[in-house]
Design a protein around this ligand. Structure first.
Ligand code: ZN
Length: 566
């Protein structure tokens, strides 16, 4: 079914509650696993439908924030979401307390119980009002950023449309574009501060009510971090500082040399090559055709997947006024299909959508047989392995999108995946500091950001930019507002994806089968188990990071030479 034909109707809240409560009662009374399973399956069917309705609203609202019908429905789900969650919590409570867990494990994976236990730790009727407030604040942040209309080049542009100007080969143009972009954040500094301050306070309040020391401690449960701890993450950040930051300094210095600059400023960092970044050739239609050719040649599975996306229009790729910024992939459970949301702006980022978000979507497609909506996809760090690996697997087809500039794309893409690691660790470290000091003022938070930024990204030179010097870079980072503590997941996943890439480069023939099996597993195993199943080394081991960086350094040097020749 085409996306536009998928029918949305607001669920009848009372009817849903009554029906679900009746099933929950049956589950409560179920004396053994055999009685439990069929009723459990019915709850999954109901929950799949509910999730489908919620996601249809989410997609249609982010596609057009000015559509008043879906704006109203979005507000409804902001309010009602936690009420439905309360019913899910009752389901978990019943299931995790069954004395015959061993029998239940025959059909329900252990990871589902672990997720249930995380949910039980982070949800209580006492925090419903706080959750509603948090949802509203997150929506306010999205709306504020989507409202940006910047006067530039004689046009009124949104933040995504500013992207190409920020990579201009003309230094004064890219500086002017950067400064116009930053001016939007500076103009709304008080608003960003107010929204974030309220978010920190409401999250801290929830954490304390739920018996945690603070929201950082709670985040291990909200993020479903199963099988590793805060100390593992602190060690990982340390290893990133030790082995990746020095490598990023080298990468940035090579960039400075390529650009022929004495010093590289904040507005130079987006330009990789003096005469321009690799830009995709062709309009959105053509990019989609190339993606289709690529996925057909890559494997039979990816071929049927891309046909499904195209035939059913399961994406919205072009940037427009009133559309939310950023990109995401989501699944529409009842139809067993994915949906991709993006803001194409004519930069190489467009191709990343067709590989990264498509990687997530391919996972949704491959794990379509998993009926339990909670474990169809892995937890976040696991899910990002799927998407980030696909970005690398797509390298051999980059000549379709970039023609002669394909090596430039490959170089810049790989360099970006490495430069990202210290940034991701910084975002995580910042949030840990913020949420363990909930009484900090906005000024204290900004000072902390700037201090950590100098440690993780010592190459960032904000000379002449008051807002960034003050420590406000993170205003633009959706995740800091809308998905707290999500960032370290990208770091964990990237170190795994880079390993998949290296295995492929080194001629390890099993890498593709390992990848497919990983996708099919969905969330039926936890992150550390998935890494093992895929025959990858743990990203928590400092040695893994060192090994990956050593190999990629050699690869990058070679690729830079090729890119400069082309
Ligand atoms: Zn992703």
């Amino acid at each position: 079914m085409k996306f536009k034909d998928m029918l949305y109707t607001r669920p009848d809240e009372n009817a849903y509650r009554q029906e679900m409560q009746a099933l929950l009662k049956e589950l409560e009374q179920a004396k053994d696993a055999e009685t439990f399973f069929p009723v459990f399956a019915k709850t999954n069917t109901m929950r799949r439908h509910l999730k489908t309705m919620m996601i249809l609203v989410e997609i249609r609202h982010t596609i057009n924030t000015a559509d008043t019908f879906y704006e109203k429905e979005n507000a409804y789900w902001d309010e009602a979401g936690p009420q439905y969650t309360a019913l899910d919590i009752d389901l978990y409570k019943i299931a995790v307390n069954k004395p015959y867990r061993k029998d239940l494990l025959k059909e329900i994976p252990a990871s589902w119980f672990a997720l249930g236990e995380c949910a039980l730790r982070t949800f209580d009727l006492a925090v419903i009002e706080d959750m509603v407030e948090e949802n509203k604040l997150m929506s306010a942040y999205g709306k504020l950023k989507a409202s940006a209309l910047i006067d530039f080049d004689g046009k009124k542009l949104n933040l995504a449309q500013m992207g190409p100007y920020m990579q201009s080969t003309d230094r004064s143009t890219r500086k002017a574009a950067y400064d116009a972009n930053i001016a939007f954040f500076a103009e709304h500094e008080d608003e960003f501060d107010r929204i974030y301050d309220c978010l920190v306070k409401v999250r801290n309040r929830m954490a304390v009510k739920l018996g945690f020391a603070n929201y950082h401690a709670m985040s291990f449960y909200t993020m479903n971090r199963i099988g590793y701890h805060a100390s593992d993450i602190a060690k990982l950040r340390q290893a990133v500082q030790e082995y990746v930051t020095p490598m990023v300094l080298k990468i940035t210095d090579a960039q400075r040399q390529r650009l022929g600059l004495d010093q590289i400023a904040y507005y130079d960092l987006d330009l990789e090559f003096k005469d321009g970044n690799a830009v995709p050739h062709g309009n959105a239609e053509e990019l989609i055709q190339y993606a289709s050719k690529m996925y057909h040649e890559m494997s039979p599975e990816t071929g049927s997947f891309i046909d499904l996306m195209v035939d059913n229009e399961l994406w919205d790729l072009l940037t427009r006024a009133n559309k939310e910024m950023g990109g995401y992939e989501t699944e529409i459970p009842e139809y067993g299909v994915p949906f991709i949301f993006a803001n194409f702006n004519g930069t190489s980022g467009d191709v990343d959508v067709l590989t990264h978000e498509a990687g997530h979507a391919f996972q949704t497609y491959m794990a379509g047989a998993i009926e339990n909506p909670d474990i169809a996809t892995p937890t976040m760090e696991g899910a990002e392995i799927d998407s980030m690996s696909m970005e690398f697997f797509a390298y051999p087809w980059m000549h379709l999108f970039f023609q002669k500039q394909a090596d430039r794309y490959r170089y810049a893409h790989m360099a970006k995946t490495i430069c990202f690691l210290p940034y991701g660790a910084l975002v995580d470290h910042f949030q840990e500091e913020v949420y363990t000091h909930p009484d900090w003022t906005p000024a204290e938070r900004k000072a902390c950001w700037r201090k950590l930024e100098k440690r993780y990204q010592p190459y960032k030179n904000y000379d002449g930019c008051a807002l960034l010097e003050k420590g406000c870079w993170w205003y633009r980072q959706n995740h800091v507002f809308q998905s707290p503590f999500y960032y370290i997941d990208y770091v964990l996943a990237q170190i795994c994806a880079q390993q998949f890439f290296l295995r492929k480069e080194e001629g390890d023939k099993a890498y593709w089968q390992d990848y497919l099996s990983l996708l099919r597993l969905g969330g039926t195993k936890n992150f550390t188990e998935l890494v093992k199943e895929a025959h990858l080394q743990s990203p928590f081991e400092a040695n893994t990071i060192r090994m990956v960086m050593d190999k990629l350094e050699v690869w990058l040097k070679d690729m830079q030479a090729k890119a400069l020749q082309a």
